[in-house]
Design a protein around this ligand. Structure first.
Ligand code: MG
Ligand code: MG
Length: 254
């Protein structure tokens, strides 16, 4: 677990502001009829414009025999939780689309995700988005020196389960820096007071993945897309956060 200096955190902030900027541009494009390939293409143009490098394109597959990740964004629709591959299917009114984007800038990585409503969505679906976002905010509030990873994990789980939703176990948040994924793991479930102590200079990506139904997942045949086993809707919000003596800095918040 590498701790970052002030100047390294400054570069991580730059990288994550690029991420935030690109996610906001993509979010503004989301409407019925748009395809995720179109969003991916725009992400490619914007990444180039910023002089950054995609963190996802070509990412090695989790299992043998699967091609490396073919997109710059993960586009996970409705019951897809994470790692969805962009495609030519037009978005429909009432869908929810989780867009995850990461890039490398000056040798450091940025990583953030949002679940975006397509047109009007149902009240229950809106509640899923609100609760997932609230669980991320609750986690960020725990990002103080002296707290532990378990305090972050427990904050997410408490908010989600109080709302009657499921919190995904198979995928977790992570440290971030000169690598996209670094130690420590940051699970979205766990016990207060457990795990590593948070020190100044620790930078982590916190990313609650929340389901309306059961938290169990399965992998689609493409070898990448993780969906809910019961077909219920899933949401995913992610921020990269630096822990400092002065409190958390949400690096990917514009
Ligand atoms: Mg991400
Ligand atoms: Mg991440």
């Amino acid at each position: 677990m590498e701790l970052k200096s002030k100047s390294e955190i400054d570069i991580l902030r730059e990288a994550n502001l690029i991420v935030a900027d690109i996610l906001s541009e993509l979010e503004a494009m989301v409407e019925p009829g748009v395809t995720t390939n179109k969003l991916n293409q725009r992400a490619a143009e914007l990444t180039k414009k910023h002089g950054a490098k995609s963190a996802f394109l070509g990412y090695p597959a989790p299992s043998p025999g699967v091609e490396s990740f073919p997109g710059l964004i993960c586009a996970s629709l409705n019951d897809a939780i994470v790692h969805g591959i962009p495609n030519d299917v037009p978005l429909k009114e009432g869908d929810i689309l989780s867009v995850d984007y990461g890039c490398e800038h000056k040798g450091f990585f940025g990583d953030s995700a949002r679940t975006i409503p397509v047109g009007n969505i149902s009240e229950e679906t809106q509640r899923l988005l609100d609760v997932t976002k609230a669980s991320l905010d609750a986690a960020i509030e725990q990002c103080h020196v002296g707290n532990r990873i378990g305090d972050i994990s427990n904050a997410v789980q408490t908010v989600v389960e109080k709302a009657g939703f499921g919190v995904v176990r198979e995928f977790v948040g992570h440290g971030i820096g000169r690598n996209m994924h670094e130690p420590p793991h940051v699970p979205n479930f766990g016990r207060q007071g457990q795990g590593r102590v948070l020190k100044p200079g620790l930078v982590i990506a916190i990313e609650p993945m929340v389901t309306i139904g059961s938290f169990e997942t399965k992998l689609l045949e493409d070898g990448w897309t993780a969906v809910t086993r019961d077909g219920s809707l899933a949401a995913h919000f992610e921020h990269s956060v630096a822990i400092t003596a002065d409190g958390p800095i949400v690096l990917s918040r514009p």
